[in-house]
Design a protein around this ligand. Structure first.
Ligand SMILES: Cc1cc2nc3c(=O)[nH]c(=O)nc-3n(C[C@H](O)[C@H](O)[C@H](O)COP(=O)(O)OP(=O)(O)OC[C@H]3O[C@@H](n4cnc5c(N)ncnc54)[C@H](O)[C@@H]3O)c2cc1C
Length: 445
């Protein structure tokens, strides 16, 4: 496969040097777009959303072509924490308030079942991607957050999720950290090796008959009477449907879409290989962990021998010195016993934030479908969205889908987002730390 830097967009098209890239399944054979082609559906973006959609469509007997600017899994899908977290941060009643009494219950059910859907897909296609459904712990970083996760546990349990409360002692025993006083265990959660999962999705889609093109950046999207034309450099694809699955990497391809999300940078670091005994008391049942910080800390063990730790990032591709320093500080806070561990990899990518904290499905023109905005919970939800996009392209009426089809809503003052994100994350990080310190002080008395 060729790898190129893209001078025009400034985006690197190699994979960032991550733990996932170093240990993933080999990439499946994808093609170069070297002629004009036709398809029933063209998918733009080869992450979990686009690849799941391509798989479903190909299995449904549809001629589908995926145009991916880098290679399958190049975006967030090949770089994330691999945490399969079947829960929104907002409560079920807020979901209903946002999307109404028809779509609300459907969306709630889809979230609760999202991890089962992913693991079921992995099993059905015998994907080799280190998939484990061992649960996800969400830990409260300060006293007020204990009330928040308790309401979350009660609300989502009532809606059908399998969640139990964890006290400080249980957290210490299960997770090997004394940094949190309380948490919840979401039992259907789990983990995957994300780049392997993306590649296995791509391999399954190819096996079902999909065509996948790497290095195929869609530069122009044009409607021509009853069909769409997607131009990627010298060549193009003509199709009846376009699925736009570019999430945090969305640019100006479709007017106004970029302004509906805020791309945020998340970074992760993986430690060097550590003696198994060092990690024996950490996340003993191989659960994953994320906390309630506004600038979240998330972590998991990989292969019993490394810790992967993530939080907000500065650099957009390979983690820089500031990112490594931030991950080190986070590890020292949560697992002080690992404070001196060397970081062997650090990398980052873009997530797409939406103001209502919900994923969005749009159909701004006949035959153009868009699914994005997973707010850092996209491993499971993009897998669901890909299926839903495929269902729509296969003819399911919009009113029967899992997600409501909403108009594009531009975020006010979007052009100041970079500055806004910098100020907000700095301020939120400060508030997280203040909350923690105040809680510790008050608790001591
Ligand atoms: C560091 C990090 C950690 C995360 N951790 C977790 C986690 O633990 N759990 C969780 O649930 N979620 C997590 N997420 C979020 C999750 O990874 C995403 O929500 C999910 O991968 C989104 O998948 P996607 O297919 O929609 O987008 P992406 O995987 O980002 O794919 C979009 C693709 O579109 C391509 N593209 C863009 N423009 C064009 C164009 N014009 N033409 C062709 N191709 C184009 C890009 O190259 C890219 O490959 C994390 C994200 C990051 C960055």
């Amino acid at each position: 496969m060729d790898h190129h830097g893209n001078g025009e967009t400034g985006l690197e098209l190699r994979l960032p040097p991550s733990l996932w890239a170093a240990t993933a399944r080999p990439a499946p054979r994808t093609a170069k777009l070297d002629s004009d082609i036709e398809a029933d559906v063209v998918v733009i973006g080869g992450g979990f959303t686009g690849l799941r959609a391509a798989l479903e469509l190909a299995e449904g007997g549809v001629a589908v072509a995926v145009c991916e600017a880098g290679e399958p899994g190049w975006g967030a899908s090949g770089r994330n924490g691999g945490q399969v977290n079947p829960l929104f941060n907002i409560l079920p009643e807020e979901v209903i308030r946002c999307v109404g009494p028809v779509f609300g219950p459907r969306l709630i059910r889809a979230v609760i079942e999202s991890a089962d859907e992913l693991f079921g897909l992995v099993r059905r296609h015998r994907m080799v991607c280190e998939a484990e459904q061992k649960g996800w712990i969400q830990a409260a970083h300060c006293r007020p957050a204990i009330g928040v996760i308790d309401r979350r546990r009660r609300g989502w349990s009532q809606a059908g999720a399998d969640i139990v409360a964890l006290g400080k002692r249980e957290l210490r025993e299960r997770a090997g950290t004394a940094a949190y006083d309380a948490g919840i265990l979401v039992k259907r959660g789990g983990s995957v090796q994300p780049l392997s999962y993306a590649r296995e999705l791509a391999a399954a889609a190819l096996g079902a008959g999909a065509r996948i093109y790497h290095g195929a950046r869609a530069e122009l999207l044009r409607q021509e009477r009853t069909c769409w034309h997607v131009r990627c450099g010298k060549f193009g694809v003509r199709a009846k449907f376009v699925l736009l699955c570019t999430n945090g990497y969305t640019d100006g391809l479709w007017p106004g879409l970029e302004e509906t999300i805020v791309p945020l940078i998340s970074a992760q670091a993986a430690t060097e290989i550590l003696p198994e005994s060092t990690l024996a008391e950490i996340l003993v049942n191989r659960e994953t962990l994320a906390d309630t910080r506004r600038v979240v800390f998330y972590t998991r063990k990989v292969d019993r021998c490394r810790l992967v730790f993530g939080s907000r990032g500065n650099s957009d591709f390979a983690g820089g010195a500031a990112d490594i320093a931030r991950m080190r500080a986070g590890i020292a806070r949560v697992f002080p016993q690992l404070a001196s561990a060397r970081m062997e990899f650090c990398w980052s990518g873009r997530i797409a934030y939406t103001p209502d904290h919900l994923p969005h499905l749009h159909e701004p023109a006949p035959g153009l479908l868009i699914g994005l905005g997973y707010n850092g919970r996209g491993v499971a939800m993009s897998t669901v969205m890909g299926r839903v996009l495929a269902e729509r392209a296969l003819g399911k009426p919009a009113e029967e889908l899992t997600f409501p089809t909403t108009p594009l809503r531009r975020i006010p003052l979007h052009r100041f987002r970079r500055l806004g994100v910098r100020i907000a994350t700095g301020w939120f990080g400060l508030r997280d730390e203040l909350d923690r310190r105040i809680s510790t002080l008050l608790h001591r008395r």
